[in-house]
Design a protein around this ligand. Sequence first.
Ligand code: NAI
Length: 726
Amino acid sequence: MDLTHFIFDVDGDGIATVLMDRAGEAMNTFSPETGEDLVVILNRLEQDDAIRGVVIGSAKPDNFLAGADIRWFATLVDPAEAEAAMQAAQDGFGRLEALHLRRGKPVVAAIHGACLGGGLELALACGARVSSDDEKRTQLGQPEVQLGLLPGGGGTQRLPRLIGIASALDLILTGRPVRPRKALKLGLVDAVVPRSGLLEAARTRALQLLHPPPPEPQTLTERLNAYLNPAALQTVVLERNPIGRRVLFAQAEKAMLKETKGNYPAPPAALECVRVGVEKGMAAGLAAEQAAFGRLVVSPESKALRSIFFATQELKRDPGIATDAEARDISRVGVLGGGLMGGGIAAVNTTRAGVSSIIKEVDQAGVDRGIGYVQKVVDGQVKRRRMQKADAWLAMQRQVTATTDYRDLTDVELVIEAVFEDLDLKRSVLAETEEVTASGTIFATNTSSIPISDIARGAARPANVVGMHYFSPVEKMPLLEVIVTDQTADWVTATVVAFGKRQGKTVIVVNDGTGFYTTRIIGPYSAEVMYLLKDGATIEEIDGAMVQWGFPVGPVTLSDEVGIDVGAKIGKILENAFGERMEAPPAFGALTADDRRGRKNGRGFYRYEDGVKAGVDESVYAVLGVTPRPGTISRQEIQDRLSLQMINEAARCLGEGILRSARDGDIGAVMGLGFPPFRGGPFRWVDELGADTIVERLRELAKVHGDRFAPAPRLAEMADKGESFY
Ligand code: NAI
């Protein structure tokens, strides 16, 4: 057979081994070309009587099949074309299924590494599935909803039939993958074996299925136990009768709406396909899947989510500089300050980058706090089986140390500073670091608002100074904003960008300026909250409106979480740099005067009972000198005023050269600040609505509320010329 993307072989027992091996790519993905090969293979499997069984695996070292090639989705501009493509995929998988269901040829999937989307759909069409026990690399899932799509190759049909409706909905509606142990528990795979024996185990399984032993008679206790198992009970009580199913779908729908706020069309569409399949049969379900896929693939939400995916992929390859300066190797990192951020940075040095950290603190309590933070993160990794217990112990012994003495930092290649947010302090720790380290040591600051060039002023080696702005909690948040001054050397930038990637971060590089990008665009957004309160909006209305708009938390909650005192301090810095635009009404100061610091001291805009957020603290309005008048400002107006402040400031950052590209601005806002992913980021969202529409709305708002809504020059220019960012 003439195959480009597969390796095909038949052994003496008549078991065909089909290994996917997409030409020219490290990752197996589906595309029309691989589909053509698959048809050739299916013809052979169906027609060749010498073939008695099939094993499907991968020739790649670390992935099975990651799903459809996402680049190909962009070429599907017409829903009908997309439907036809899904029809072809469904036909292929249907033929694979018929091999074992109708032709008596067992088909076994041998899964190691990513088995996602179309990859899992292929595995589902097989008669059995064996997976490697690699909890780190092997993942099975239907992540389509995360790209605004749904499984269009039969996933919404075969998954519920295999593992039950409730578990299938969980996988399909969240897009979250499962690891081998969980997959076995769900019944998604039949066996989990060491990677080295995977293909052989699948082959043996295929042979066993050719001659299945007669079923062993079950004892009464065994049968009873099977029913008493809670999962089995749920299946019997809920999934096998129509009323139970209605309850189940209603529950799933409620949970989904709570997550998506109705902003994401894919999950409800997927839910509907599952429902149709269960109630009306597989053929109807498959037809529903095709139609829904066709609609979703051309939706703005899917386009936005895919653009974020691509931008993330692009950034993985982006060295962060325009020259060919080389990144230097980093093996030992000094971390100044072992607080919330320093602890988190040292933790990802260990768990992700695999480099040594030495935490420098002021006293033993600080040392213990820093080490304790890393230990907590490492323990979590062990608990979730991302790290072996012995490796974790070794890493803590060998890679994580702490000191109160600068002299212990002499041999580090990179120092990341996360001491208090105070310019004088930051300058003094920089000077102290320069004194003990070599001329090639990089000094990176994790300041959240102070211009890097202010910190670097007076430095002995300003070319080595750079910003590495992490987000809290460091071990969870995906973004790193690298900030370069006009003195930062290119090799320094290249080195910290490469190092950030090793820490598992998506890295954007921005130019220096007060608040850089991410902190700066929060400035006018936060200030606007205060204007809204002054104008009568309630805290519930403000937070509710923005959560509905798609942010994970509202701006008032965010302020309590970050700390009102921290916000006030940053607000002042921004206001000094940018003036009126960032200026909150003066009453804001009253909050800090009233010792309201937010969640951390249990006094903020909200009340906290034993650390748990418990409703708005109504007394805060009097402190601010405002009167809440519910219903005075519409939800739409709240959303417009807040979102446009952030978007307009983002456009200024691009216009002023703080940002290198709209792409970086979108990634920074989505990954650092929780800007709604289905809108694709501030720039993608401007493109979606049209710069002219945005500018018109800003001008209307400026008429009523003043110059703080004046359109950014870059936006106004684009509206005039009818241009777009992408
Ligand atoms: P933190 O208060 O939790 O930790 C600061 C630590 O620095 C303390 O443990 C303190 O003992 C230590 N420290 C103070 N002076 C020191 C010195 N001379 N040498 C060594 N250690 C010293 O503060 P956090 O939240 O970790 O913030 C640190 C920095 O990170 C600040 O610049 C902050 O603006 C920035 N940042 C904070 C974010 C957050 O969400 N908390 C997000 C991004 C940046």
